[in-house]
Design a protein around this ligand. Structure first.
Ligand SMILES: [Zn+2]
Length: 72
């Protein structure tokens, strides 16, 4: 099952949507992800963006495309 686990494994933390888009070269939209229900800032960029903890089906399709063509 494809989840956000590869992100956790690579970065040691969950990232916000902006960071995922930047680091993985994807274009995840709001409806592609599910957020953690806290107001904590992204631990990676420090911005007060919501941290992504899982993907919806459309998000999974976009991330699967990335992960199938890379090692991480
Ligand atoms: Zn971030």
């Amino acid at each position: 099952m494809l989840t956000t686990r590869p992100i956790l494994r690579r970065f040691g933390m969950y990232l916000c949507r902006d960071c995922i888009n930047r680091e993985y070269g994807v274009r995840l939209n709001r409806e592609d992800v599910r957020y953690k229900y806290t107001e904590d800032p992204c631990p990676y960029c420090g911005a007060t963006n919501h941290v992504v903890t899982s993907f919806t089906v459309t998000g999974l399709i976009k991330m699967r495309h990335v992960w199938e063509h890379r090692d991480s």
